[in-house]
Design a binder for this molecule. Structure first.
Ligand code: G3I
Ligand code: 9MR
Ligand code: ZN
Length: 568
């Protein structure tokens, strides 16, 4: 019996599989049908959005049908000719049923009897998903008690509250708060900065979704949009990461090594503040300056504090501009987030500070750096944040020469991603770039295609951008939804210490995804020769393919928000 799983997770402790309130909406499809040959977005599609799927089945006729919950055919179409999925080493065919926009539960069937997982046409499941994708961050909060209502069985008392040793000294500093980075409990400034920036951008660009003050986080109902409350939880921690004397920002706070698979309150080794870095300082400056603008109307004191902190951190980063980047001290082995080049972070900070202050001194740095082709929306490459932010300035604050350089990049720089997608049956923008965190890259390339869409008349930019959502949710060669708890066959064994410790799977977490680099012992022993698009293991030990991370959720949150507003 095939079932569409709908997990409305508002009341999270009720939604674990097998529990009484776990809802099974409809029995759909033919018992025994093979569902691994049809790769489809397992959540489904917004009513008015394009709708596609991919078929691996061989020796079938061109016909496919869409069935409704009563097993009646509601749509018939023809599959495309065979096309390459080069990074999975197979040929596939594609189906398109975008014209079907009647709400309901459906499945696809091809001529040999293979069927897809059931999916939904409609908007509601996307709203559930979007909330969980945000609340993943709430459930990663450090330094406060998380109750059962918020966190289900990964509820825990306040963790990591002791002061941290400043590396190489006998001084200790309070740096409690913030989000646990990922499957580990480290807190890293460059990672947090991009995650916060994504939330702030989602708020700015999709207000109709994000004025919501009732998502169900601890601050819901306080008259401040929940997405801003959530971002501020991280920003408040980041402020503590700044050194009062120099204005520089400590790169990270972690223990010296990763803990075992324990809940966070049991990671009790000494916390250490790793040395200050220029990338952390500049990324901090950028996001604090950005925050100073956005929070001005909700919290004046915070806004002013953030701006002062941003200026000081920027000055520090400038003074230490060419320091070579952060490297782990020899006795610290937690995430390094090493990045020898701070020019893009400095560029981003200069733009945000100019936007916040109108001080023309910052324009000199912008002029110098804007034409250098710096792009990216990830923890190490942040140039696109700078470009987007500059373009959002009012016309009288913009310089035409800077604008034309940025426009040039927006128009042309991402089209190779479009070409990659069109050459791949799954329409993945990754090309061969199945790196650690490839799901983040897919979402971030999609965001860049959405920018390019504004400067190009080719409708493929937008279409391919949103098709990455389908890639993440099941239209991939692994036939899996990379978002925990969403879909019929989703990643259910993430490298996430609270999950391993309790067995409770937090819904709405985006896992890293295929990584052709084969960078952990688990995949190296179980599938060392995997082709890049298939180099994924739903195994808690495969941290290089199946970990979760705050800054993998936030690009997905941004992209989902865009899709939901576009097709609402
Ligand atoms: O940039 C190169 C690229 O040029 C090359 O083609 C490609 C081939 O594999 O590698 C790219 O570098 C990779 C780099 O990420 C940038 O994507 C490295 O191989 C890869 O090892 C590195 O992985 C990082 C990983 O930490 C290991 O340092 C991930 O980006 C980063 O997201 C991840 O972050 C960890 C934290 O350290 C600790 N907390 C969990 C978090 C998520 O796994
Ligand atoms: O659990 C750690 C994860 O959060 C990191 O991303 C990853 C890479 O730095 O390391 C994981 O920890 C592993 C360590 O690197 C090697 N020994 C096994 C650890 C747990 O699987
Ligand atoms: Zn903690």
């Amino acid at each position: 019996m095939l079932t569409f799983f709908s997990k409305n997770n508002y009341d999270l402790h009720n939604m674990q599989e097998g529990s009484e309130d776990f809802t099974m909406v409809k029995d759909l499809g033919t018992p025994g049908a093979d569902r691994t040959n049809i790769d489809i977005n397992q959540i489904g599609f917004m009513k008015n959005a394009p709708k596609t799927f991919v078929v691996k089945s061989r020796g079938i006729s061109d016909d496919f049908s869409v069935y409704d919950k009563d097993n009646k055919v509601v749509y018939s179409g023809k599959l495309s000719a065979e096309t390459d999925a080069p990074y999975a080493g197979i040929k596939v065919r594609r189906g398109d049923f975008s014209d079907l926009n009647e709400e309901g539960f459906y499945y696809i069937r091809v001529s040999n009897g293979d069927e897809s997982y059931p999916f939904c046409i409609g908007n509601e499941e996307y709203h559930n998903l979007l909330k969980d994708v945000l609340k993943m961050l709430t459930r990663q909060r450090c330094g406060m008690e998380l109750d059962h209502y918020i966190a289900g069985d990964v509820a825990h008392p306040a963790c990591h509250t002791s002061k941290a040793r400043i590396y190489g000294t006998d001084e200790f500093k309070d740096v409690s708060g913030g989000w646990h980075d990922a499957g580990d409990y480290g807190r890293y400034v460059v990672a947090g900065a991009t995650a916060v920036a994504d939330l702030l951008m989602a708020y700015e660009d999709f207000e109709s979704l994000w004025l919501d003050d009732g998502v169900g986080i601890p601050e819901s109902g306080n008259d401040i949009p929940d997405i801003l409350d959530e971002a501020k939880y991280e920003l408040d921690w980041m402020l503590k990461m700044q050194d009062e004397v120099s204005g520089g920002v400590y790169h990270k706070v972690t223990c010296r090594d990763f803990p075992g698979f324990v809940m966070p309150q049991y990671e009790t080794d000494e916390l250490v503040l790793s040395p200050i870095s220029n990338t952390a300082s500049a990324a901090f400056a950028a996001v604090m300056a950005k925050a100073s603008i956005i929070y001005d109307k909700y919290d004046k004191v915070f806004s002013e504090t953030a701006l002062i902190a941003a200026k000081r951190a920027f000055d520090y980063a400038l003074k230490n501009r060419y320091d070579g980047g952060f490297c782990n001290p020899t006795d610290i082995v937690t995430g390094e987030y090493g990045d020898a080049n701070a020019e893009d972070e400095i560029y981003w900070a200069a733009v945000e500070l100019y936007k916040a202050t109108s001080n023309l001194n910052y324009v000199n740095y912008i002029k110098d750096l804007c034409g250098k082709g710096m792009q990216g929306l990830g923890w190490s490459d942040v140039g696109t944040y700078a470009n987007i932010s500059y373009m959002s300035l009012p016309d009288d604050k913009k310089d035409v020469s800077i604008v034309s350089k940025i426009e040039e990049q927006f128009k042309y720089a991402f089209s190779y991603r479009l070409q990659y997608a069109l050459a791949d049956g799954y329409r993945s923008v990754l090309g061969g770039d199945y790196i650690w965190g490839s799901n983040m890259l897919a979402c971030n390339c999609a965001r860049q295609l959405l920018i390019a869409d504004r400067y190009n008349s080719d409708p493929n930019y937008k279409r391919i951008a949103y098709e990455q959502i389908s890639y993440i949710l099941g239209q991939n060669a692994n036939n899996i939804s990379f978002v925990t708890g969403y879909g019929s066959n989703y990643s259910s064994n993430p490298h996430h210490r609270p999950y391993v410790a309790t067995g409770f799977l937090v819904p709405g977490m985006v896992v890293g995804g295929p990584n052709g680099g084969i960078q952990d012992e688990c995949i190296a022993s179980k599938n060392p020769d995997a082709l890049p698009a298939l180099a994924y293991l739903d195994d808690t030990d495969s941290y290089s393919t199946n970990e979760i991370a705050i800054y993998w959720n936030t690009p997905f949150l941004y992209l989902l928000s865009s899709y939901m507003v576009e097709y609402k």
